[in-house]
Design a protein around this ligand. Structure first.
Ligand SMILES: [Zn+2]
Length: 319
């Protein structure tokens, strides 16, 4: 039986987090199951992320219809991952905004339906329905929209979860839509990221005037949860370095590190790609992508070892 930490109120749905600002949360935040945001304005709404497959995006759009009659005219992608950008095409009236790298990655990878079906089998039937829609507007470091009577700041603080993460900050509301810079009670995934810099980015956010943080995965929280996530990243970085220096392989290290409380955050087997990526960081090879097949197969194997399920059990959630 699973023993995941599931905070009270961690359920799928829309919630007003500041006047005319909403978080759309999807429980339980596992791979492919992400959060989104919404800001209402007189002319039209702005959404933060589009979720992954049509059933998810349509539920989000239905929730939007309940709080506004206006269309979504602007959509921010916090990064290129399919669980944040897959639903882009369903926001037909929206201008899509993202970091330059985010756009470049979506253009470069296109829509590898086969790959998604194999790696996220629970949603296999829906991937062929997706249509590619890429950001129309890009930025490098920051971009500010003045709408809904406030400043809406998009900022990129360097490589972290990916090389093109952006968060959406509403200073007046002390509120941050963090995208996948924040994972709460779901293990952070760094297979395309930079763990060392992610820790620094978390430190910078912790110094900002922020009270409410909507993570990319997991329930709404604040700095307390971000600090916990930072603790996880620092723990695996420190422990991976010891084992790297001792000549252990990433596979051995992933099995050797004691996760403590973080073993109860969902998808703890992500420690494997995280350590594989850390080894690349230690070797100064972050320009080389990890082999995605090796990553997913390795996680499946680790999950089977830890939970005693068949390594190829298709019902094993999401990998
Ligand atoms: Zn992501």
């Amino acid at each position: 039986m699973n023993n995941w930490i599931t905070p009270e109120g961690f359920k799928t749905g829309i919630e007003e987090v500041a006047p005319k600002v909403y978080a759309y949360i999807q429980a339980f935040g596992e791979l492919g199951v992400s959060n989104a945001g919404l800001l209402l304005d007189k002319e039209g709404a702005m959404a933060v992320d589009a979720l992954m497959v049509p059933s998810m995006t349509r539920r989000f759009l239905a929730a939007i219809k309940k709080v506004t009659t206006k269309p979504v005219t602007r959509l921010v992608n916090t990064h290129h991952h399919i669980d944040h950008s897959g639903g882009n095409y369903l926001f037909r009236e929206a201008e899509i905004v993202g970091h330059t790298y985010c756009r470049d990655e979506i253009v470069r990878t296109g829509m590898p339906v086969d790959f998604f079906q194999k790696r996220i089998p629970s949603f296999a039937a829906e991937f062929p329905k997706l249509k590619l829609a890429v950001p129309d507007v890009t930025f490098e470091d920051s971009l500010v929209f003045h709408q809904a009577g406030r400043e809406v700041e998009l900022r990129h603080l360097g490589p972290a979860h990916t090389f093109g993460d952006a968060f959406v900050y509403l200073p007046k509301d002390k509120l941050l839509f963090a995208g996948d810079l924040a994972f709460y009670y779901v293990t952070p995934l760094a297979f395309q990221g930079h763990v060392g810099n992610w820790i620094k980015v978390a430190d910078r956010i912790l110094k900002m005037d922020v009270e409410i943080i909507v993570p990319g995965h997991g329930p709404i929280g604040g700095k307390k949860e971000l600090r916990e996530m930072r603790t996880y990243l620092a723990l695996i970085r420190r422990e991976a370095k010891k084992r790297f220096d001792a000549g252990m392989t990433a596979e051995q290290a992933a099995r050797d590190v004691k996760l403590g409380i973080f073993a109860r955050w969902r998808e703890p087997e992500r420690i494997l790609p995280n350590i594989m990526r850390l080894y690349q960081e230690f070797r100064n090879e972050l320009d080389q992508p990890l082999d995605a097949l090796q990553v997913f197969d390795g996680m499946r194997q680790l999950r089977a070892e830890w939970h005693g399920h068949g390594a190829d059990d298709p019902d094993m959630c999401c990998i």
